[in-house]
Design a protein around this ligand. Structure first.
Ligand SMILES: NC(=O)c1ccc[n+]([C@@H]2O[C@H](COP(=O)([O-])OP(=O)(O)OC[C@H]3O[C@@H](n4cnc5c(N)ncnc54)[C@H](OP(=O)(O)O)[C@@H]3O)[C@@H](O)[C@H]2O)c1
Length: 333
């Protein structure tokens, strides 16, 4: 085992799009577990849009950053954690972490399911999609759906899960024609438009001429306005995120059709996945059999090497990922 650890720190606040210069890799001696803790070596890291939001103030400068990570216990001084256990924890952006048993979840060994799935469809990403569809949208079989950022982690998981739930027509938006083709060929979407090719309202009206029942909103702004116009009476908007705004420097997009929410009796509701971790087992029960049978595939962009974590994060913000963006340690499982 190595005798040094690497940690990523944020070193300054970005205005607009961040660059690699806003981060530093910091080397330190390998931390050692004290009684009641264990040393975990990172295997897979998640880089997420919410990290960009945290860069504006929640991340302390010159301190290790948090994030979702999967690792292996390599040394334990607590009976609750055994060497070799595979755990999920939130001390991301570092090669090694010292954790207490309360800070980790020992992951179940699911034969035939790659570990990375615990950061994509079985992790916070998939749980976000599952909560959005089942608890917020209350999706029923046959109902028609529109999903923005459909080619990302939450967007692909939403497509896969909604198909299993018997959704009707599924329309998505994504940043390239290649992503659109992937979504219709592999994920179960019926039609996907590239939102760079015209106003979102026109593209959505063309792709869903008879309207939609549910909008899963990962983007906000113009996409949200378009969806409000296309929703049928008593339609639901699931507010998941606002990625169109995270790097923007101007005034937020002003919605012009808010009266439609009243006139069509629409319901708009946001949520945070961290308030719904109790549904984790329900998600496993719903998805794992389909992962094992091959009916559901994994949508992941896996980047190799902890050294690439900052580039992977910036690439995700630019749309370089298809499915969940994940960083894998060299020689990961
Ligand atoms: N509420 C919660 O608890 C919760 C939990 C997880 C995630 N989220 C939110 O869910 C959304 C998706 O997260 P994710 O982790 O699955 O990330 P992701 O979709 O895998 O990655 C971000 C994607 O956003 C798209 N994008 C970037 N800038 C955009 C813009 N200006 N307009 C439209 N699309 C843009 C890019 O794809 P394109 O090529 O298509 O542009 C990029 O691939 C984010 O808003 C995130 O904050 C919320």
């Amino acid at each position: 085992m190595t005798d040094t650890a690497l940690t990523v720190h944020q070193t300054s606040r970005p205005h607009g799009f961040p660059t690699a210069d806003h981060f530093a890799f910091v080397e330190s001696p390998l931390p050692r577990p004290t009684p009641g803790t264990a040393l975990v070596e990172g295997l897979y890291w998640s880089v997420d849009p919410y990290h960009r939001e945290m860069m504006d103030g929640d991340f302390a400068l010159h301190a290790p950053l948090e994030g979702r990570t999967i690792g292996r216990v390599v040394e334990s001084r607590d009976p609750a954690l055994a060497e070799g256990d595979i755990v999920a924890h939130r001390q991301g952006w570092r090669t090694h972490a010292v954790v207490t048993p309360d800070e980790v979840r020992v992951l179940p060994r699911l034969d035939g399911v790659p570990l990375s799935a615990h950061l994509s469809i079985l992790g916070g990403t998939g749980l976000t999609a599952y909560v959005g569809l089942t608890r917020i949208a209350e999706l029923r079989a046959g109902q028609d759906l529109f999903v923005s950022a459909a080619a990302g982690g939450v967007g692909t998981a939403t497509g896969r899960l909604a198909r299993l739930m018997g959704a009707g027509r599924m329309v998505g938006s994504a940043g390239t024609a290649a992503k659109a083709a992937y979504l219709t060929e592999h994920v179960g979407y019926d039609e996907v438009f590239d939102y760079h090719t015209g106003p979102a309202a026109d593209l959505l009206a063309k792709a869903a001429p008879d309207g939609i029942d549910v909008y899963v909103d990962n983007v906000g702004g113009e996409h949200l306005e378009a969806a409000i116009s296309s929703l049928r009476e008593r339609g639901r908007i699931v507010r998941v995120g606002t990625i169109a705004q995270y790097n923007a420097t101007g005034a937020p997009y002003a919605l012009r059709n808010l009266p439609d929410i009243v006139e069509k009796s629409l319901r708009m509701e946001g949520f945070l996945v961290r308030d719904h971790y109790a549904l984790q087992e329900e998600l496993y029960e719903f998805v794992v059999p389909h992962l094992r049978s091959g009916r559901v595939g994994l949508d992941e962009t896996v980047v190799d090497g902890f050294d690439a974590i900052v580039d992977a994060f910036l690439g995700m913000l630019r749309g370089e990922n298809r499915g969940k963006m994940i960083v894998r340690a060299g020689g990961g499982l």
